[in-house]
Design a binder for this molecule. Structure first.
Ligand SMILES: [Zn+2]
Length: 566
C-alpha cells in the first residue's frame, strides 16, 4: 500500500514537471535575420480593438525573408481576410499558433500550393484550413516575404500568437524580449478624474476633469483636486523603447490609494470577443476628439476584459472622509522599467446632485436584453452587448416618399460589444424584387450596407448594427457591380489583365473570371484585380473570350465580356 502511494505521488510530481517543462521550453526564433525593432506592441488601444500582436519593423521595405519561429505545420492560409492581406498561420506542438500578416508573397512551395488550390476550387479570395500532415515547416525555414498587403500603412510584419486550444490572443513579447532593447520606463502625461454618475463630484462638479502630469517618469500632479463621493481615475501615458521613436501601450498599470492596490491592468492576453471592450476601458469620447487614449482604472459593470484586475468596487474609489487621499500609479514595461505618477485628492464634503435621466425615449440596461421599438423600427440588443446602463435617444425622420423612415439612433457615439439586430419596415414598396432591399448606415461618403433580409410576412428588412450613434434606413440596390477594364490595349503585349470592379450601393460580394471557359486567378492589390495570363491554362496566339461575372450583396449580377489576342 505504501509503495502504491509513493508511486502515485511520483506520478503526480512527474506530470507537474512535464507541464512546467513545456512552459519553460517554449522557444521561438526571430522571424528575421536583421536586428528586431517593434513599431507597435500587444494590447495597445485602438478604436474598436486592441492591437493583437507585435508589429516588427522591416527596415522600411517589403520583400524581407521571413522565417518560421518554430517547428510546426501551416494550419491556415488567408488572402484578403480581416485586413491581414496575405497571411500564414503556423501551428506549433507547444500549444501556440503563430500568425504572419501583410505578407508580400508566400515562399515558393507555399505559393505553388495556394495557386493550385485557388485554381482547383475556382477561388480568388481564400481561407484555406490545413491539417498537420499537409505542409510541415521547420524553425528557421523561409516561409514568406514581408510586405504591406491588406490594412497596412507601410511595410511591416504584424505577428500574432494564438493559444491554439482556446483562440486567445497572447502577447508574443516575452518570447522575443531578449532580442529587443528597452531601458526606458513608461510615463504618464495626464490624469482624468471621473465623478460617478449621481454618486460623486470632483471640485463640486459632475463632469470629468483633466490634469497634466509634470516630471516625466517620476510624475506628479500638483494641483489641488477636491472630491466627494464615488470617483474613478484614468491615465493617459505611453512607453518607449531604445533606438526607436515609436510610442507603445503600457504593459502594466497599477493604481494604489493610500498604499492599497485598487486596480491593475496587464496587457498579456485577451479573447477576440473582448476587442471592443477597449471602447469602455478607454475613454473613447476623448479619443475621437484628440486621438489620445485615457485608460480608466475602474470598469463599467458590463466590461469583462480579463486583462483588468478589479477589487469589489471595480476600481471606483469612495471619498467619504475629509482627509487627503494619496494616489499613486505604477507603470511598468516587460523589462521591469518603472515610472510613477503621484497625486493627492482632498476629501471635502460637498453636495452630490442626483442623476437626472435625460429626457430621451429609451433607457437601456446592461444586464438584460433590450428591445427598442419605434413606429417602423425595432432594435434588439441581446444581453452582453452593453457595458453600462445608458439613455438612448431615437429620432425618427419621416420622409413621405422614402422607402422607409430614417432612424437616428442616439445623438452621440455609442459602440456595442458586438452585432445587434435592427429591423426597419418598408413603407413605400418599390417595383423591385425583395432581395434588393437592405439596411443602410449613413457614413461621410454615402450609405453603407448593413445586411438585408426581407421578411415577406411583415414587410420589414433586417440588418445589423454595432454602433448606435448613427443613422439607419432602408435602401434598394438594383444595379449590379460595374466593371472597369484597365488599359485593355496592353493586355496582349504584357500578358496581364487588369480590372477594377466596384459596387456603389450594397457592395461587391463575389466575382469569378473565365477565359475560354478556364478559371482565371486574379490577385487583389488595393482594389486593382490582376491576372497573369501565363497562369491560365489557355492556348497561345489566338483570340480569347473573357467572361467576368460579379455579384453584389443584394444578388444583382453583372457580366462583362471582352475579346483579346494573346
Ligand atoms: Zn499590427
Amino acid at each position: 500500500m505504501k509503495r502504491l502511494v509513493c508511486s502515485t505521488l511520483a506520478l503526480v510530481a512527474s506530470v507537474f514537471a512535464t507541464a512546467q517543462d513545456i512552459q519553460s521550453k517554449i522557444q521561438f526564433e526571430a522571424p528575421f535575420k536583421f536586428p528586431l525593432f517593434i513599431a507597435g506592441n500587444f494590447g495597445e488601444p485602438r478604436p474598436n480593438h486592441m492591437h493583437a500582436g507585435l508589429d516588427f519593423k522591416t527596415q522600411g521595405v517589403e520583400g524581407k525573408e521571413l522565417y518560421c519561429v518554430a517547428d510546426g505545420y501551416i494550419s491556415r492560409i488567408t488572402i484578403g481576410l480581416f485586413g491581414f492581406g496575405n497571411a500564414l498561420y503556423v501551428t506549433h506542438p507547444n500549444g501556440y499558433t503563430s500568425v504572419y500578416c501583410h505578407l508580400q508573397k508566400f515562399a515558393p512551395e507555399i505559393a505553388k500550393f495556394v495557386k493550385k488550390y485557388c485554381i482547383q476550387h475556382e477561388l480568388d479570395m481564400v481561407d484555406i484550413k490545413l491539417g498537420p500532415r499537409e505542409i510541415r515547416v521547420k524553425q528557421g525555414e523561409l516561409i514568406a516575404y514581408s510586405g504591406n498587403t491588406g490594412a497596412s500603412h507601410g511595410p511591416h510584419l504584424h505577428f500574432e500568437l494564438h493559444n491554439t486550444a482556446t483562440d486567445e490572443l497572447v502577447d508574443p513579447l516575452p518570447y522575443f524580449k531578449h532580442l529587443l532593447q528597452d531601458t526606458i520606463p513608461p510615463h504618464g502625461n495626464e490624469i482624468m478624474f471621473y465623478p460617478q454618475r449621481g454618486e460623486g463630484v470632483i471640485n463640486g462638479l459632475t463632469t470629468k476633469q483633466r490634469y497634466k502630469v509634470k516630471g516625466g517618469i517620476r510624475g506628479v500632479v500638483r494641483d489641488t483636486i477636491n472630491a466627494w463621493g464615488k470617483i474613478g481615475v484614468g491615465i493617459y501615458g505611453e512607453d518607449m523603447m531604445n533606438k526607436t521613436f515609436n510610442h507603445y501601450g503600457i504593459y502594466s498599470i497599477k493604481l494604489f490609494v493610500d498604499g492599497i492596490q485598487r486596480f491593475e491592468s496587464h496587457l498579456d492576453k485577451f479573447y477576440p470577443i473582448e476587442h471592443r471592450m477597449v471602447n469602455s476601458w478607454g475613454d473613447y469620447d476623448v479619443f475621437r476628439k484628440s486621438r489620445i487614449w485615457f485608460l480608466k482604472s475602474f470598469a463599467a459593470p458590463g466590461n469583462s476584459l480579463q486583462m483588468l484586475n478589479l477589487d469589489k468596487n471595480r476600481g471606483v474609489i469612495d471619498i467619504n472622509e475629509e482627509r487627503i487621499y494619496k494616489f499613486k500609479y505604477i507603470l511598468e514595461d516587460h523589462y521591469g522599467n518603472r515610472g510613477t505618477v503621484e497625486f493627492n485628492v482632498v476629501g471635502k464634503k460637498s453636495p452630490i446632485p442626483e442623476y437626472q435621466v435625460p429626457n430621451v425615449r429609451h433607457f437601456l440596461h446592461w444586464n438584460r436584453t433590450n428591445v427598442v421599438q419605434e413606429p417602423g423600427m425595432e432594435l434588439a440588443i441581446p444581453r452582453g452587448l452593453l457595458y453600462d446602463d445608458a439613455p438612448l435617444n431615437v429620432q425618427t425622420i419621416v420622409s413621405p416618399k422614402g422607402i422607409s423612415n430614417t432612424y437616428r439612433l442616439h445623438d452621440d457615439v455609442f459602440p456595442l460589444n458586438t452585432w445587434a439586430t435592427i429591423m426597419i419596415a418598408v413603407r413605400n414598396p418599390l417595383p423591385v424584387e425583395t432581395r434588393c432591399y437592405y439596411v443602410a448606415m449613413k457614413t461621410a461618403t454615402g450609405w453603407r450596407y448593413m445586411g438585408g433580409r426581407y421578411n415577406s410576412d411583415n414587410g420589414w428588412v433586417s440588418g445589423r448594427v454595432r454602433d448606435l450613434g448613427a443613422t439607419y434606413t432602408v435602401q434598394v440596390d438594383t444595379i449590379g457591380p460595374r466593371f472597369n477594364p484597365i488599359a485593355k490595349k496592353n493586355w496582349s503585349r504584357l500578358g496581364v489583365v487588369k480590372y477594377v470592379i466596384s459596387d456603389k450601393e450594397s457592395g461587391l460580394q463575389h466575382y469569378k473570371c473565365k477565359i475560354d471557359g478556364k478559371f482565371a486567378l486574379f490577385t487583389n492589390k488595393r482594389g486593382v484585380l490582376t491576372c497573369h495570363l501565363e497562369d491560365v491554362d489557355i492556348q497561345r496566339n489566338i483570340k480569347h473570350r473573357l467572361e467576368f461575372v460579379a455579384t453584389d450583396n443584394c444578388g444583382n449580377k453583372t457580366v462583362d465580356v471582352q475579346e483579346f489576342v494573346y
